[in-house]
Design a protein around this ligand. Sequence first.
Ligand SMILES: C[S@@+](CC[C@H](N)C(=O)[O-])C[C@H]1O[C@@H](n2cnc3c(N)ncnc32)[C@H](O)[C@@H]1O
Length: 437
Amino acid sequence: MITLSTPPTVQEYADLIDRSVPFSLANYGDGEWQCILGRQGANAQGGEYTPELREALVQTLKQPPAAFEGNYLYGTNPGKKLDEEVTGWRVANLACDDNRWVWKETLSAANVNGKLGPLLKALRRRRVMIVGPEHLAYLGERNVIHLNSFVQVPDKNCFTDIDAIIVAIVAEARAKRIKVICFSCGMAAKVMIHRLYQIIGDTTILLDMGACWDPYVGRLSRKGYRKRDVLDRMARNVDDGREQDEIVLDLALGHVAARKRQLNDGPMDARFERAFSTRYMAVREFQPESICEIGVRGGYYAYMMLAAAPHASYYGIDKNLGDWGGKIDFYKHAQVFLGRFEPEIVIADSQELEQLPRYFDLIHIDGDHSYEGCKHDIVLAMRYAAKAIVVDDYHNLKGVKQACDEVAAGLETTRTYVLDDGGWRGAFVFDLREDRL
Ligand SMILES: C[S@@+](CC[C@H](N)C(=O)[O-])C[C@H]1O[C@@H](n2cnc3c(N)ncnc32)[C@H](O)[C@@H]1O
């Protein structure tokens, strides 16, 4: 029998994992209750309320596992609208209903607030399996936790395949000596945990993590994850001994990689990672409060820059071209990808601009890469940049190099240097801070 505070704390769950005390936590949110109450339709994630799922969910509550001794926890936090109905249903249907309910948001709230560290630390010390949709397979790549096993389930409605999934989980858990299984598979997770508890619950911790892992792999699936500084918050959770900056950078690269996969937009190999990292590092150095970018495309560099300065404003200019590496209409993807930073993206030909709408701390130039085009953009940016101008593709495009070198040669006091990304593209930096003193 385990005893927890009301509500339980993250540290308490972490301690149970550290001490290898088997327990299970299955969370019942609005969707589960709607389904149990017999509503039609689907939850916000598209999980359908079918009669079969309803019956199975009801059984998880009416028949607590045989070995139920206070270590099978039911989490709940029904929305205010449902409170009365849920209470009524529980009184009418559940014989013993008092001691088994815990507040279900302990982990999800801590996750959003950057306070999940103790749990992630505990998980890193155990052999862990994740049961979830494909995008969670990338968690291990970003050093969030070490995945000893991953059982993939369909994006939604995996209740249809539940028998096969349970067989796969048991086989994997035994073969890989798994100690903790984390579930992120919607309403069906409650049924899985209930059934698995009776097979492996005496040796294995079964933890309903819901959408907690999503923001680590670029899925901002809940309102709480769409905060500008979500990466800083997640980095505080990861807290694995690396510098906070390094973790944020790692997570941001993961988000860009996920976005590229989603758009089927080419590889995200080590070269890209190095190039994207340079922009992150530059922005960390200059701490801009406002960023302007000429040449937005899908917003990858912008994402890296804003990851490093999440409270900065972003103003993007793009001609919406298919040349110089552009893809028609990709600025629309940028609008979505950068959404939480409230970007202002205008469609315009920078070559026709004689002025910018205001001053910016940092201007990133990545538009027309011809000598004339790039030089025009640098000269324009010189009049509006307060702290720095960063020009992409210095190493690999002659016209860009010539334009940067020419402008730099005419500046006596400005510090300039190249951000080296391993000799691939290179970015030329004009550090204007001294000039303004
Ligand atoms: C290399 S891509 C930019 C890549 C982007 N910075 C990123 O993070 O992925 C070049 C972009 O510049 C835009 N562009 C090209 N010529 C331009 C011009 N004269 N004015 C504004 N945008 C231009 C293209 O439409 C294209 O989206």
